[in-house]
Ligand binder design. Structure first.
Ligand SMILES: [Zn+2]
Length: 255
């Protein structure tokens, strides 16, 4: 075996290059990815009636978001809205969720963020109710390692500017937040990343609730956890995961 003598760093570098070349870049439009993300999140327990929002920033600075009054499972490209930073509808029928205001604050503070997901899934909400920060202690969850902040006090319904300032401030240097008595916020560089982060957040919360009920959680080695985070955060891996979730969703609705 020729590769038997290679060290781990060399193998990682080679595999990253190989995977990046094997995964084609997405041909999907921004609207298509946003609509698919809404329905994928619904499939994975992120529905909470009409609560929750997703936004994705366009090149012109406006956002794509869902129409208030529709559930995540009802979102398609045809009913998405384009809104500006003040939530004025530029294109589409209906109005956005007023809580999208805090998205504007995040986008203002974080030019690297292009997509924001906010939902109230069950296990995340359970942690939020007991005021327990998310603990990343499983290899599968490492994409979120050292990336999740915790807002320990509920500021109320996040429709005001002060709530937006608070959330944007707490998200500084992070990819996600657990909001006490509320839910999750994830901020991605792409729609695909935000989708994968939101799914992994809820899965991590579910694992944490199960693990806490059974025993003591063992912390990860920080060096190895960061290595795993960097490994699982590669854009090609995220694209591949997103496309897998898309196929699963489409198979479910077509069967
Ligand atoms: Zn909410």
């Amino acid at each position: 075996m020729e590769s038997q003598s290679l060290d781990k760093e060399t193998i990682k570098k080679l595999e990253i290059e190989r995977f990046a070349n094997a995964v084609s870049t997405s041909k999907r439009s921004l609207k298509e990815k946003v609509a698919l993300t809404c329905r994928i999140l619904f499939d994975h327990g992120h529905d909470s009636g009409l609560s929750g929002q997703i936004t994705a920033r366009q090149e012109n600075g406006n956002y794509i978001t869902q129409r208030l009054g529709l559930g995540f499972d009802e979102i398609h490209e045809s009913n998405l809205l384009e809104v500006n930073q003040d939530l004025v509808v530029i294109e589409g029928y209906g109005i956005p969720n007023p809580a999208n205001r805090f998205h504007s604050w995040i986008y203002h503070c974080r030019p690297d963020v292009q997509c924001i997901v906010h939902t109230h899934p069950y296990y995340t909400s359970a942690l939020a109710m007991i005021g327990e920060p998310l603990v990343v202690a499983h290899m599968d969850s490492c994409i979120l390692y050292d990336q999740v902040g915790f807002v320990p006090q509920w500021p109320g319904v996040p429709v005001g500017n002060s709530e937006g300032e608070l959330i944007a401030r707490e998200l500084e240097g992070k990819k996600a937040l657990l909001l006490a008595n509320h839910g999750l916020v994830v901020a991605g560089k792409t729609v695909e990343e935000a989708c994968v982060l939101a799914l992994q957040f809820e899965r991590s919360a579910r694992l944490q609730v199960l693990a806490m009920s059974a025993g003591r959680i063992m912390q990860l080695d920080p060096v190895l956890a960061e290595e795993a985070r960097n490994w699982t955060s590669q854009p090609s891996r995220i694209t591949a995961q997103f496309e897998y979730y898309v196929r699963r969703h489409l198979k479910r609705v077509q069967s």
